[in-house]
Design a protein around this ligand. Structure first.
Ligand code: NI
Length: 181
């Protein structure tokens, strides 16, 4: 396994739409393992392939609390949300590609997501709470959308401007953030 570099916004790959995985190969499985390892190391609770410069529709998530629960990694290939609740919930979201910033984002509280697992088998998962938020946040990445895109333009521009400045200062060259999605 290998650690992958996480892209920091603004970056063109983070704004691009990822393409469907056409065949679940050993290479895909290895990439998913590397993504998980990278996510745990960050540490984070979710990571999308765009964030490590790969424009394929793959995400990994694990919302288990490492201090109280066993790891519960989920690898999702070509995830599609087939149902969303009308009820919404709000979480303060962060992102490994938007380090140091957290903002509240409102999303459907419950979702059903269909995807292929690492064996290429079709799966369906009902998620709610933090897991539902995390999966929606990661699928946004696959569509070139960041959580800051859900904020007002003013707020988003301010964050991107600050990130640009921090990047120029080399603030994220060796990161040890305690961030999330
Ligand atoms: Ni993110």
């Amino acid at each position: 396994m290998a650690l992958l570099d996480i892209l920091v916004a603004p970056h063109p790959t983070l704004a691009k739409k990822a393409e469907d995985v056409t065949e679940v190969t050993d290479e895909i499985r290895e990439t998913l393992d590397n993504m998980l390892e990278t996510m745990y190391k960050a540490p984070g609770i979710g990571l999308a392939a765009n964030q490590v410069g790969i424009l394929k529709r793959m995400i990994v998530v694990d919302v288990a609390n490492p201090e109280e629960e066993e790891p519960a990694p989920i690898k999702l290939i070509n995830p599609v949300i087939t149902q969303s609740s009308d009820d919404l919930s709000t979480y303060q979201e962060g992102c490994l590609s938007v380090p140091t910033f957290y903002e509240e984002v409102e999303r459907p509280e419950k979702i059903t997501v269909e995807y292929l697992d690492e064996n290429g088998q079709k799966q369906s998962l009902k998620a709610e709470g933090l897991l539902a938020t995390c999966i929606q946040h990661e699928i946004d990445h696959l569509n070139g959308v960041l959580f800051v895109d859900h904020l007002s333009r003013l707020k988003k521009n301010m964050i991107v401007k600050k990130l640009n400045k921090l990047k120029k200062q080399g603030a994220f060259d060796k990161r040890q953030d305690t961030h999330t999605l």
